[in-house]
Design a protein. Structure first.
Length: 402
């Protein structure tokens, strides 16, 4: 009598799923051989709630290698050229979540996993297993970070590596809210590697977005040992000298790190402008020779980038003060005009300091005009009335309020 013995559990594991591809790509799945010996996948069975299929004969999986199963070869066109591609039907995998099980040819359960859209993978990207030797709960599956959206037939983009530290996020919640005020920027560093990490360096640069000038730069040595799956915060004290948009660029360094794309992270920090650092200086609410317009004056001692500044009136919704092209900044003591009519370009001294907003509207019977900086902070406001005009002027149409 011949006794047939099946494979031990997890000898071959489910390693990657594409359950919601973008058409015309087809659904596919990948299995990985965790053992040191070749495995014949002939008549292995894959089961989902959508059905079951047997892997066709002659499908040999080498040690520590991958096999991808798909109904056609489209997977290679959308991602990478797959060395071990088995073209055959695969059981349907539900977009709303499913269970996937892998059995050997004797019916022994080798691996099983349950997924839901909360795991990721529902945007045309695959679900990738983090650690082939760990369990199958949600913490061991992540959406692919590869630029093509998946890694069929090669190492997963999120696979655990011997050494891999990453910047998880930049915490700006305690950053300075005003010029001259001290604040803290925290870099949250996580150890995604299998081994503990030591002798790390955390570095940040802060740049003024207007001219890309580095205004702050610091490197910190992180002492101690960071265990696998643990995290630590590096804190940097920064006191901005000016208001406006700042670009924060962060980097973590570890000598043996073998994954570099997660070592850097950038964020934007808005330092609000003081009240009346920019003021509404002139309003033309009746159609003059340049249409309706309002003028702002930079009262601060610094050049101001108007990107992200907004105009609010009671008669129209928020509108950008500056356009997407041309001059976006105003020098100290200088002016910038927003008009509803391009004819104003013929009468202003500096046409480059003008933004045409044809949908801008100012009421003839009075209106509230508010300007906000990129943080949403109100910098200046005025509620004008026609009665503000000089009573000695009989005809006020075409005359501005200054």
């Amino acid at each position: 009598m011949t006794l047939k013995v099946g494979l031990p559990p997890a000898t071959v594991v489910i390693n990657e799923l594409m359950y919601e591809p973008k058409p015309p790509e087809q659904e596919w799945l990948e299995v990985y051989n965790t053992s040191g010996a070749a495995v014949d996948l002939s008549n292995f069975k894959i089961i989902t709630h959508g059905g079951s299929v047997k892997i066709k004969s002659g499908s040999l999986l080498a040690p520590n290698d991958y096999v991808v199963l798909c109904k056609d070869s489209s997977v290679s066109r959308f991602h990478y050229s797959v060395k071990n591609l088995v073209v055959q039907s695969v059981p349907s995998m539900s977009n709303s979540g499913d269970a996937v099980a892998l059995y050997d040819n004797l019916g022994n359960l080798l691996d099983t996993m349950n997924y839901s859209p909360s795991y990721g993978g529902n945007t045309g990207r695959s679900l990738e297993r983090v650690d082939c030797f760990a369990g199958n709960d949600s913490t061991n599956w992540e959406e692919s970070m590869d630029t093509t959206g998946a890694t069929p037939g090669i190492e997963n983009s999120v696979a655990i590596l011997p050494f891999d530290v990453a910047i998880r996020r930049l915490d700006l919640s305690a950053a300075a809210r005003n010029p001259g005020q001290s604040g803290t920027i925290s870099m949250i560093v996580a150890n995604h590697g299998r081994n503990a990490a030591a002798n790390m360096s955390a570095h940040i640069d802060i740049l003024k977005s207007l001219d890309s000038e580095i205004v702050y730069s610091e490197t910190q040595r992180l002492n101690g040992i960071l265990a696998s799956k643990d995290s630590i915060a590096a804190r940097f004290n920064y006191s901005p000298e000016e208001s406006g948009l700042h670009a924060v660029s962060a980097r973590i360094s570890l000598e043996n790190d073998t994954r570099f794309w997660n070592d850097t992270l950038s964020a934007q920090m808005n330092v609000p402008y003081p009240t009346q650092s920019v003021v509404i200086n002139e309003i033309m609410y009746t159609n003059g020779s340049g249409g309706e317009y309002f003028e702002i004056l930079n009262m601060s001692g610094h050049e101001i980038d108007l990107s992200g500044w907004m105009l609010h009136t009671s008669s129209s919704g928020p509108k950008p003060i500056s356009g997407l092209t041309g001059n976006q900044s105003v020098a100290p003591g200088d002016y910038f005009v927003v008009s509803s009519d391009s004819s104003i370009l013929n009468i202003v001294r500096n046409p480059g300091a003008v933004h045409i907003s044809k949908s801008m509207s100012l009421r003839d019977d009075g209106d509230c005009v508010v300007i906000t900086d990129p943080s949403g902070n109100v910098v200046d406001s005025v509620y004008y009335l026609p009665s503000w005009h000089n009573g000695d002027i009989a005809r006020t149409a075409g005359r501005s309020l200054e």
